[in-house]
Ligand binder design. Structure first.
Ligand SMILES: NC(=O)c1ccc[n+]([C@@H]2O[C@H](COP(=O)([O-])OP(=O)(O)OC[C@H]3O[C@@H](n4cnc5c(N)ncnc54)[C@H](O)[C@@H]3O)[C@@H](O)[C@H]2O)c1
Length: 333
C-alpha cells in the first residue's frame, strides 16, 4: 500500500517516510518545494518505493492525479503555512490551510483512500495561563482558546479538525491525527518556534547561537517520536478514532534556557547566548500538554524523553549530516 504524504519532504514528513520505507512500504511525497537536501539517504535506501511529486495542495486536480497515480491507500496531510507566516499572509493561509485541507479530504474521498491523518497542533489551545491549574497538563477535551501569537494558524487547525470530522461522518473516511507540541529535529526551517531546532542544529556544528525567549516555557517533542505516533495512527484499528480523533503528542516541558543548558551539558564546547527578549509563552502556545490518551488508547509511548535523550539524538543527527563524530552518551530508553 502507498502512503501519500503532503508536505512530505518537510521535517515530520521525511522522518515518517523513513519509517514507512523501513517497513518495506511504498511512499509518495507530495510537496510544493521538495527539499532534496533532506531526501538523499532516503532515496538511496528506498529506490522505486519512494516517489516525490511536486504539487500544491491548493490544486484539487494535482492532488487527485497524485492519489490516483500512486494508488494511495492512506494520506497523511502535513502541508501547511506555519506559525507567524499565516498571520503575515492571511490570503495564503486561507488557500493552503483551509482550502488545501479540504482538497486533501476531497481527493481521498474521490479516489477511495481509506484513511486520512491530519496534523493539527497545540495551537488549538491557549497558553497554560488560560486554564485553571488543575486542568494542566492539558488533555484533548480542554476548552480551546487558540494560541494568540499564531491565531490564524491555530484557527486553521480548529477548522481542519472540524472538516476532518465532517468527512468521517458524511463519507465514512477514517480520519484522525495529532496535535503536536513544538517539534524539534535536524533541519527544521519553518514556524514560530523554529529557533528550538536551530539552536541545536547550529550548536551541533560549532556555530555560535543567540536566542531569545529565555524564560518562556515550552512543550518540546522530538521529530522521531511524532513520526512514530503518526505511524501508530496509520496502523491503529479504525475503532480508535470513533472514541477520539485528535491526540496530543505531548512533550517535555522546559524553558528555552533549560533547553540551552541541556545542549551545553551534552556538548560543553557549544556557544549559546540566551536572552530574556520575547514573551514567557512562545506565541501563546501551551507548555504543559499530556499524551496520556495516545498511550492508553493507541498504545504508543514517546521514546525520546526526557529532553536530554531527544536533544542527544538531534545533536547526533546534525553532526552526522555535517560529517562530524557523534557525541558520547546514552541511547533512548
Ligand atoms: N513543527 C512543529 O513544531 C509543528 C507543531 C505542531 C504541528 N505541526 C504541523 O505538522 C505539519 C508539518 O510540519 P513540519 O514541521 O514538518 O513543517 P515543514 O515546514 O518542515 O514542512 C511542511 C512542508 O509543506 C510543504 N508545503 C507548503 N505549502 C505547500 C503546498 N501548498 N502544497 C504542498 N506542499 C506544501 C513545504 O514545502 C514543506 O516541505 C504542519 O501541518 C504543521 O502545522 C508542526
Amino acid at each position: 500500500m502507498t502512503t501519500l504524504i503532503t508536505g512530505g519532504t518537510g521535517l515530520i514528513g521525511a522522518c515518517l517516510a523513513e519509517k514507512l520505507l523501513a517497513l518495506g512500504e511504498q511512499v509518495a511525497l507530495f510537496d510544493l518545494a521538495p527539499a532534496e537536501w533532506r531526501l538523499g539517504p532516503l532515496r538511496q535506501a528506498a529506490g522505486e518505493r519512494l516517489r516525490v511529486i511536486r504539487g500544491d495542495v491548493t490544486s484539487l486536480v494535482e492532488l487527485l492525479d497524485a492519489a490516483r497515480d500512486t494508488g494511495a491507500g492512506a494520506v497523511v496531510h502535513l502541508a501547511y503555512v506555519l506559525g507567524a507566516e499565516s498571520n503575515a499572509s492571511p490570503e495564503l493561509a486561507g488557500r493552503v490551510n483551509i482550502l488545501g485541507t479540504t482538497n486533501v479530504l476531497e481527493a481521498a474521498r474521490l479516489t477511495g483512500a481509506r484513511r486520512v491523518l491530519l496534523a493539527s497542533s497545540i495551537a488549538v489551545y491557549g497558553s497554560d495561563s488560560d486554564y485553571p491549574p488543575d486542568a494542566l497538563p492539558l488533555r484533548e477535551d480542554a476548552p480551546r482558546h487558540v494560541a494568540q501569537g499564531v491565531s490564524l494558524y491555530g484557527a486553521g487547525k480548529v477548522y481542519l479538525e472540524h472538516v476532518g470530522a465532517l468527512y468521517a461522518q458524511r463519507y465514512g473516511l477514517v480520519v484522525g491525527g495529532l496535535r503536536p507540541s513544538i517539534v524539534y529535529g535536524w533541519g527544521r526551517q519553518h514556524g514560530a518556534s523554529v529557533f528550538a531546532g536551530a539552536l541545536v542544529d547550529r550548536a551541533a556544528v560549532g556555530e555560535p547561537v543567540r536566542v531569545g525567549f529565555g524564560d518562556a516555557r515550552v512543550s518540546l517533542v522530538y521529530v522521531d517520536d511524532v513520526a512514530e505516533q503518526f505511524l501508530a495512527l496509520l496502523k491503529a484499528d479504525a475503532a480508535v478514532f470513533a472514541r477520539r480523533r485528535f491526540f496530543n503528542t505531548g512533550g517535555d516541558t522546559c524553558t528555552v534556557r533549560e533547553l540551552a543548558a541541556t545542549v551545553r551539558r551534552l556538548l560543553p564546547e557549544a556557544v549559546i547566548e540566551v536572552t530574556a527578549a520575547g514573551e514567557r509563552d512562545v506565541a501563546g502556545l501551551a507548555a504543559s500538554v499530556s499524551d496520556r490518551s495516545l498511550e492508553e488508547e493507541v498504545g504508543v509511548r514517546r521514546k525520546f524523553t526526557p529532553l536530554e535523550i531527544g536533544v542527544q539524538a538531534h545533536l547526533t543527527t546534525a553532526r552526522a549530516r555535517a560529517g562530524r563524530a557523534p557525541i558520547e552518551s546514552t541511547s533512548p530508553g
